[in-house]
Design a protein around this ligand. Structure first.
Ligand SMILES: NC(=O)c1ccc[n+]([C@@H]2O[C@H](COP(=O)([O-])OP(=O)(O)OC[C@H]3O[C@@H](n4cnc5c(N)ncnc54)[C@H](OP(=O)(O)O)[C@@H]3O)[C@@H](O)[C@H]2O)c1
Length: 324
């Protein structure tokens, strides 16, 4: 089969299209004929092994998994003997941030990291539906979100931000979205109640107060956003922040919360892939979620896709189409 292969960490130049052996599923795995995958920020971080500590999981000196990729959509070709939830011939999509080897014509994956694609949804749409939504949902399910609360989402046009706006509206909260002028209509179409154009206004100076500040692009900090929070409000970022402060602040801010107006930082660890996929599938079926797609590239041009995604300016998701 054709696959993107990398044997050392580095820039997108380390990625090469090669002919390799088709994988064989274990007893609890499925073999998927991949029709679409994506290049996302998780893939970029994995290929560069940045931040460095990622190597503890991906391989200290060189990548343990030779084929990159996390999100996929395709058709089940074979199932292992212990697979009960999925059948040969079903169209599925899924995700594994530990690496699913999706940037290839075939992959194998455990049955709980894939779900069937709702009728009428293309492989391209399905492939782009999981990574951003998974991280956004793992923000939402770590807090006690209540109907009618106020949330501001910075970076509302990224993969995570565009998913967060849609999920937050599903949970019936009031969403203020921060984006550039060119994307104002897009974020309104995703459900944002109010929009701040960051090219014209500094959102951290907004007069409105929020229960939650969600920095989905990691460009702010708890200290810059503190004044936006209501008493008891929570700041969450998708990024480690300057000197990895967002890892430490969740331990420090509860200790000094009386000095901070009872405001805190939370840094959620995204673990529940099964829960995220089940929710996304339901919302896609109900018409409450649609992945935003910026561009599509063929598998053969994947290095161009990586270079584009690494700029940090994609709108939603970048899809890779896989031909057979
Ligand atoms: N380390 C990891 O494994 C990992 C994995 C996933 C995500 N993340 C982190 O999560 C963050 C979001 O990822 P993502 O994939 O959702 O992002 P993304 O798709 O790369 O998108 C970034 C979006 O944010 C917008 N943006 C850029 N600068 C902005 C600013 N100053 N204010 C407001 N919006 C701005 C961009 O739009 P314009 O340029 O048009 O304004 C773009 O649409 C990233 O910071 C990434 O580091 C990390």
């Amino acid at each position: 089969m054709k696959a993107i292969v990398y044997k050392k960490y580095g820039s997108p130049d380390v990625l090469h299209l090669e002919e390799i052996e088709k994988p064989t599923p274990n007893d609890d795995e499925i073999l998927v004929k991949v029709h679409a995958t994506t290049v996302n920020r998780t893939d970029c971080a994995t290929v560069r092994a940045k931040p460095f500590f990622m190597r503890l999981a991906t391989g200290l000196f060189r990548p343990k998994k030779k084929v990159p990729g996390t999100e996929f959509a395709g058709e089940i070709e074979t199932v292992g003997k212990n697979v009960s939830s999925l059948k040969v011939g079903e169209k599925v999509f899924g995700f594994d941030d530990d690496g699913s080897g999706a940037q290839a014509q075939y992959l194998t994956i455990k049955q709980d990291k894939a779900v069937t694609i709702p009728d009428g949804v293309t492989y391209e749409q399905a492939a782009a539906s999981s990574e951003g939504a998974h991280y956004a949902y793992n923000f939402i399910n770590k807090i006690n979100l209540e109907k009618g609360q106020d949330v501001i989402v910075n970076g509302s046009t990224g993969a995570i931000g565009s998913a967060a706006v849609q999920l937050l509206k599903y949970f019936e909260v009031n969403v203020t979205a921060v984006c550039a002028t060119k994307n104002i209509e897009l974020v309104k179409s995703l459900g944002a109640d109010r929009v701040i154009d960051y090219t014209k206004d500094d959102f951290t100076k907004d007069g409105k107060k929020y229960n939650y500040v969600f920095d989905a692009v990691g460009k702010s900090s708890f200290f810059k956003c503190r004044q936006l929070l209501k008493p008891g409000g929570i700041y969450i970022s998708t990024d480690l922040g300057y000197m990895a402060q967002n890892i430490f602040l969740p331990f420090i801010t509860p200790l000094i919360k009386s000095l901070m107006g009872n405001k805190m930082t939370v840094f959620p660890m995204p673990v529940d892939i099964k829960g995220s996929l089940a929710l996304v599938k339901k919302l896609v079926e109900q018409g409450d979620f649609k992945a935003v797609i910026d561009r599509e590239y063929p598998l053969e041009k994947i290095t161009e896709a990586y270079r584009y995604v690494e700029k940090g300016q994609k709108t939603g998701n970048v899809v890779i189409t896989v031909k057979h």
